[in-house]
Every structure is written in C-alpha cells, then in structure tokens.
Design a protein around this ligand. Structure first.
Ligand SMILES: [Fe+2]
Length: 109
C-alpha cells in the first residue's frame, strides 16, 4: 500500500489501510511469540517493545516523507499528512518511554 501511495496513483482507501494494519498486527504478534518464547521475563518483554516501537517510528517517518510528496496529488493528502505526523509524534513518545524502561531495568539488575 505504501508503494501505491508513493507513486501518486492511489487515493487513500480506508478499508485497504485497515486491512494492511490487521496484517501488520498479525505479523507483529507472530514475531513477538517467536522472539519471546513461551516464558519471557520483563527485561525481554521491554526489549521487544523497544524493537517494535523503533520499527513503528521508522515506518511513520517513511510515511511522513511520502505523504509530504503527495500533497496536492491525491485526495485527502493533507489529512493523511496530519494523521501521520500525529501518530509519529506518539510513536516517538512511546519509543522514548520504552528506552527509559529498558535502561531502568538494565541498570537495576
Ligand atoms: Fe507504537
């Protein structure tokens, strides 16, 4: 979907966005189970959260760059850009929180 948006030929389709989001959530859940195994401790869980949040920050940085380029080229480009900026800000806040938690966990052991 990001590729379709990137070439400027697509309109923003909310059902397609939801479908991709569901697929991504399933992939993430499967990665989490593989990464953490059956009996994770809190340090491993926080480390996984940091990985996930870092991935999300990168994803929304890329989406922000694409949405900026699409301004004026597709319907709802401004709305997309505003939504992506808002989500990116929140993901950065969560990554900072996870990083702080991992530092606390690592230095308290
Ligand atoms: Fe997140």
């Amino acid at each position: 979907m990001v590729q379709n948006l990137g070439n400027g030929s697509a309109e923003l389709n909310s059902s397609e966005v939801q479908l991709v989001a569901q697929e991504t959530a399933q992939k993430c859940s499967s990665m989490m189970q593989t990464c953490l195994g059956p009996d994770p401790d809190s340090s491993e869980a926080i480390e996984f959260l940091c990985l996930a949040e870092g991935g999300e920050v990168t994803h929304y940085e890329v989406l922000a760059a694409i949405s900026k380029r699409l301004n004026g080229k597709i319907k709802n480009a401004r709305k997309l850009s505003t939504s992506v900026s808002s989500i990116l800000k929140e993901e950065k806040r969560r990554l900072a929180l996870c990083t702080r938690l991992e530092k606390q966990t690592a230095t308290s052991e």
